[in-house]
Design a protein around this ligand. Structure first.
Ligand code: FES
Length: 102
């Protein structure tokens, strides 16, 4: 199983967003209210990256058509997004954040 290093906790503050590659797939990492969430960096409505979307109420908004996904579960919460986005696991070890497949 591949674990991918995102960076040091001090470099990934509240509101931080970045994309890393896990097994050849772009994965978005978000620090929301002090918790790191990771989900596939690809909207399930159309092929569009979620990176840079607005984060509020535990959800990220796709900038293309406004679909919202729950960070913790990947569930689609607002049309036109219907299908969930795949989520990944995050881990913090010795002050470093990692992402790995669930
Ligand atoms: S591409 Fe994301 S909502 Fe349409």
């Amino acid at each position: 199983m591949s674990r991918v290093r995102v960076g040091k906790v001090e470099d990934l503050p509240e509101g931080f967003q970045s994309a890393v590659e896990v097994d050849g797939v772009s994965v978005l990492v978000v620090n929301y209210e002090g918790t790191y969430y990771a989900l596939r960096n690809n909207c399930t409505h159309k092929d569009y990256p979620l990176l840079g979307g607005e984060v509020a109420d535990g959800r990220i908004t796709c900038e293309k058509h406004g679909g919202k996904f729950e960070l913790a579960t990947g569930k689609a919460k607002t049309l036109p997004a219907v299908k969930p986005v795949r989520i990944y696991k995050t881990e913090v070890e010795d002050g470093v954040v990692y992402v790995l497949p669930l």
